[in-house]
Design a protein around this ligand. Sequence first.
Ligand code: HEM
Length: 500
Amino acid sequence: MHSLHLFKDYSLNLFSVENLVFEKDFKLYRIHLLSAIAKKMLKITLVCSVAFALYSVRIHLKRRKYKHIPGPKPNGILEFFLGNVSEIRRKIRRGKIVPEQYLEWFDNYGSIFKFEVLNNFIVVVTKPESIKKRACHCIFPKDVLVGQNFPKPSLVYTITGYPFNERFLGSSLVSEMDESKWQIRRKIFNHAFKNEFMNECIGILNTKTDEFLEKLKLKADNKCLLDLSDLISEFTLEIISTVTFGTGFDPEKKFNLKLAKVLEGSNELAINPFMTFNPFNFKKIKNYRHAIRDLRLYTKDLILKRIEKLKSNDYCSSDILFFVLDKLIDQNIDLETVVDDVLSILNGGQETTANAILFCLLEIHRNKPVMDKLMDELENVLGQRNKIGTEDLQKLEYLDCVFKETLRKYPPAVQYIRQTDKEYELDGFMIPENTWIVTNISPFLMGRNQNYFQDPDKFIPERFLKNKLNKIKNFSFIPFSAGPRTCIGKKFAQHAFIPY
Ligand code: HEM
């Protein structure tokens, strides 16, 4: 018993001594840990402060390089780092588009101005006229697109090539940065878009327009409210996909729905590039990514089926794929790039043409004299016929003017961005190397500019009549861009517009 008692005492003592030692160690350990954390924090704070200071100096130095070019100054600490992003976003939230902000800056700062997005400087050129004297490294505004065909900035085209980190247009014609690769494919596709085939397309356009009008009539008879924008988007996609892939395309309209979803996502991303960082958008982004994947799979499947037909010498409809596929295969262009190119044609052609048609209908509806003149011309040229032939195209001058006036007032492509490869002098301003230049040479700014188009807010197709064309300054109207990377579907867009 005694021994047990002794043992108990001893063990208790031992335990408390151990406890004491442990407690002491723990305290020491805690002190060590805290000081180690404090040291780490200090190091991190120091590194962050140095990085922050260096980044601020970098911004400051970069800003100095552009000091001589007029433009809005970033205000406050947030704008110091983000540039003019918040000002642009404020306008977008109020329902404006970026070029409308340009108009305001143009009024405040003149024909060449700069603005800043996340430390990238963008110079906007709004004057198509040439500079007075041409010396070494001096460029005309038009040289940016035509004479020197400056490269496209890859960052801008990543949004179209890989939105939401998913390959959409990838390295398609529109987003290809490698000039030599682009040249090979552009040459092949130019062959498909040549005049003879485009003239053949007028037949498809007539048939599809008839189908569309029947559908419209049916809906009108049912006296239901119509959303023309959806119907016209669907119609233009159907035409462009028929011209690209042939008839009998996608009867269940799955492709149309997916493409509409992808376009919705791309537009949202273009307006708000930060949307991917918002966790509330994750589900939406997941859906966009799925739509892109499905779209590509569907397109790839169609191309593979066509390759099989080519191999077995089966009948193939005369469409864009028919003209380009064997040539692309001969050049060892991989399947994914062919998918990129085909999608770029659908993507480039659908929304732009649909927008042009919609805005045109809106303006004709608002301007009765324009509508009357148009109807008179159609009656004179077509008589009792309700189908348009290629021979009619030259005769429908007023219709062509209406098309051009629509593109002036509502250009579907509002700006072109290129990047300088070295320092250049442009209209008296030194533009540093690697600057993004927004040219118009931006169709929106030129079209809405009183100096180039009188009463720019009015819809006056007559300004494009042949006898008045000399009043329009060179390069003040380039809705399809200019130079080597001009729109490949320009002729087709004009044709698609005419049956309306
Ligand atoms: C009113 C209708 C249209 C307008 C205003 C328009 C405008 C443009 C513009 C401005 C560009 C140059 C873009 C840039 O430099 O970043 C372009 C390129 C392109 N467009 Fe169009 N477009 C229209 C219709 C079409 C149609 C109908 C198609 C196809 C059927 C099409 C296919 C393309 C393609 C593939 C490119 C890239 C060309 C290249 O870089 O080689 N477009 N378009």
